[in-house]
Design a binder for this molecule. Structure first.
Ligand SMILES: *C/C=C(C)/C=C/C=C(C)/C=C/C1=C(C)CCCC1(C)C
Length: 247
């Protein structure tokens, strides 16, 4: 059988990139089924939040299914669809912060601040990766993206989101703390992937010199980060929807 045909149908045992795309697809699908099925026995006031959790993993599942095939058949990094996925799902994660603090006064203005910052973060990251990824100045775009990222961290840890969550009762305050840790630590995995995968990622320095290896390490890091963050976020919301129940 010609090698190309084999590549298109079989995940080689040492192809960790395709393997993590495959596992990512499965995990996102399973998480979506779980969140959607749990909607029925969820208190009404948490239903929208849990629905959004399911939408986040469902959107990711569809993108992962596509990216898995794309990567397997071309051997390339599916950069464009990676960012399409993020541009849909990261704003939805911002919506989660809005939804859990809405009852204590979160405004749509705050929601738009979060969404706008996330779009700046992702659009500049995409420019750095897709247009300047093979050039030294890719770090500049990564740095701008980082500023927007830290603004989100600020809003959630010390800004309006933190203040509102603090006044919303112990369950919401606790959920916000855990989500804040996800944003500070879990989301920080992404710039690591960017540093590994772009030519000038670390302030003009390139860590992985072989272009194929750079792409591969970036995809693996992004895939792991997505599983942790998207499913993790959903589970925090799920836990919140249960904790109130007992109280
Ligand atoms: C489900 C997808 C999520 C939570 C994606 C999050 C992505 C980021 C936090 C990306 C951040 C980046 C930087 C802070 C700098 C370098 C460029 C990015 C876009 C990788």
């Amino acid at each position: 059988m010609p090698q190309t045909l084999l590549n298109a149908t079989v995940i080689a045992s040492d192809n960790y990139v395709a393997f993590t795309f495959f596992i990512g697809t499965m995990a996102m699908m399973a998480a979506s089924v779980f969140f959607f099925f749990e909607l029925n026995n969820t208190d009404k006031k948490w239903r929208t939040s849990l629905l959004v959790s399911g939408l986040i993993t469902f959107i990711a599942a569809v993108h992962y299914y596509y990216m898995r095939g794309y990567n397997l058949e071309t051997g390339e990094s599916p950069t464009f669809f990676r960012y399409v996925d993020w541009i849909l799902t990261v704003p939805l994660m911002c919506v989660e912060f809005y939804l859990i603090t809405k009852k204590v006064g979160a405004t749509q203005g705050l929601l738009w601040k979060l969404i706008f910052a996330s779009l700046v973060m992702l659009v500049t990251g995409y420019i750095g990766e897709a247009i300047y990824g093979t050039e030294t100045q890719s770090w500049v775009w990564g740095a701008i993206s980082g500023v927007a990222y830290f603004y989100i961290v600020y809003l959630i840890w010390f800004g309006d989101v933190a203040k509102l969550a603090g006044s919303a009762g112990p369950a919401v305050a606790k959920a916000n703390k855990v989500l804040a840790w996800f944003v500070l630590v879990g989301w920080a995995i992404y710039p690591l992937g960017y540093i590994l995968g772009t030519q000038g990622g670390l302030f003009g320095m390139q860590l992985v010199t072989d272009p194929k290896a750079a792409q591969a390490s970036m995809d693996i890091v992004y895939n792991i980060a997505d599983a942790i963050n998207k499913i993790g976020f959903g589970l925090v919301i799920y836990a919140l929807s249960r904790s109130e129940e007992k109280a």
